[in-house]
Design a protein around this ligand. Sequence first.
Ligand SMILES: Cc1cc2nc3c(=O)[nH]c(=O)nc-3n(C[C@H](O)[C@H](O)[C@H](O)COP(=O)(O)O)c2cc1C
Length: 516
Amino acid sequence: MDSLSTLFVMGTLQFLSTLFVFAIGLAVLVVVVLFILDVSQTGDAVRRNFPVLGRFRYLFSMLGEFFRQYFFAMDREEMPFNRAEREWVDRAAKNKDNTVAFGSSKSLTPPGTAIFVNCPFPTLSEDASEVQPLEIGPYCREPFQAPSLFNISGMSYGALSTPAVRALSNGARMAGCWLNTGEGGLSPHHLEGGCDIVFQIGTAKYGVRNENGELSDEKLREVAAHPEVKMFELKMSQGAKPGKGGILPGIKVTPEIAAIRGIPAGKDSISPNRHPEIDNAAEMLDMIGRIRDATGKPTGFKAVVGAFGWLETMCREIHKRGIESAPDFITVDSGDGGTGAAPMPLMDNVGLPVKEALPLVVDILCKYGLRERIRVIASGKLITPSEVAWAIAAGADFVTSARGFMFSLGCIQALKCNRNTCPTGITTHNKRLQRGLNPESKAVRVAGYCTNMIHEVEVIAHSCGVRRPRLLRRMHVRIVQDNGRSVAMDELYPCPQTLPEYTTADAGKSVEAASA
Ligand SMILES: Cc1cc2nc3c(=O)[nH]c(=O)nc-3n(C[C@H](O)[C@H](O)[C@H](O)COP(=O)(O)O)c2cc1C
C-alpha cells in the first residue's frame, strides 16, 4: 500500500514537472513568435522598436479605462459624469438615504459654478406647494397637461435594449413623467407601461415614413391614435452631433428594430444629416404645423443652439402667421449632450453648452413676447438636483435627462453604447448581457430617481425662500467668475423687455402666474 502511494505521488510530480516544462516552452515559443511578428511589421513604431514589451502599452491603456474608475479617479474628477454625481443618482434610484457626511467634496471656486442664494427665512414645509402640471400646446385639439418637471429624454429603441425601454416605460408611469421615444419610432415596449409618451421624428422619419422615406400623414395619425402619445418632437439637431443624423451600427439593427424603423436588418442605420424638406425657419414652422394638424397634439422641436439669428427669424415669422403657428415647445439640448454613437469632433466642440444656450433662447422668446406661448425644455448633463434647479431658475419649464435615467437603470459609464457590448444590458441586444437588467426592479429605480430628483429640487427652492421650483428665478443663482467672485445670474443674463410691437403676444400672462 505504501509503495503504491509513493508510486502515485512520484507519478503526479513527474506529470506536473513535465507540464511545467511544457508551459514554459510554450510561453517562450509565443514570445518568440510575437517578437518575430513585432519586428517584421511596419505599421506600429512602438512594437517594432520594443518587440513584445510594446504590447503592454495597449493592454495597460485598455485596463486603465476600467481601473481608473475604481482606484485612481477622485470623486469629482471623471468625465462625462463623476463618481459623486453617479452615486447621487444611484442612491436616489434605490431610494436610499442620500445625505453625505463631513462636508462637500465639491469645489465652489471654478468659474461657471452656480451657487444658489439661500433666503434667511426659508419656506416652511407647511407653506410649500407641490409642482403643478403645466399645459403645453394651448391651441391644439389635444393640449397636454404635463405633470412632471423632470422627464426622460429621447433615446431610441435600438440604441436602447428591450428591457431598458420596458423599465423606462413602467418607471415613467410610476413617477408620472413622460418618456421620449428618440428617433427610432414607437415600439410595443414604449407602450407597455402606459406612461405619457413624446414621439420624436428624426431626419429619417423612422416609424412615420412612407416607402420613399418621406413623412406620411397617415402614419402620423396612426401614431397619434395611441392615447399614450401626448406630443410630437421634431428633431432638428442633437447636442452630441449637430449636423449629423442618427447612427445605429448594423450589429444593433435586429429584425424587430428594422421592422419598426422600416429599414433592412443588420445594416447600419444612418439618418440624413438634416430634414431635406426644412431649409429655413419658415419651412420648419410649415412642418410643425403639418404634424400638429395631422395629429392634433402639441408639436415642438429639439435643437442644439450654435448660430441663433434663425430663432429671431422664426419668432418674427410666427408673428406674421399668428401665434397659433408657434412650436408648442423648444427642447434646448446641450453641446455636451450624450449619444449612442457620434463622431468625436462634433461631440467635443460643436454646439453651445446648455448653460449658455438656455438663457439665450429664453431671452429671445421674452423679447418677442413668446415666452408663455412656447414652453422651454432643457437637456444636457442636468442629472442632479442643483443642475435641474439651475435650469428652472434660468427659465426652463421642464428638464429632461437621458444619461441620468441610464444611471438609474444601472449604467456604469462603460462607454460602450456604440458596440453592442454594454456590460449592464442597457444598450446591447446581446441576450446574455440583457439578462442582468430586470425590467421590473429597474422600473422602480427609474421612478425613484425621478421622484427623489423633484423632491430635492423642491428642497433647493424652499431654501431659496420660494414655495415651489418653478418660482425659482435668475436672481436666486449666482455664478462664480474668473476672479473667484460670484455675480447674480440676472445681472449676467438680464431678462430683456418685450419689444413694444409684441407686448400683447403672451396675453399679459406672467411666467409666474402661468406656472403657479
Ligand atoms: C444612448 C443614447 C441615445 C440617444 N438617442 C437619442 C435620440 O434618438 N434622439 C435624440 O434627440 N437624442 C438622443 N440622445 C440624446 C439625449 O436625448 C439627450 O439630448 C442628451 O444625452 C443630453 O441629455 P443627458 O446629458 O441627460 O444625457 C441619446 C442619448 C443617449 C445617451
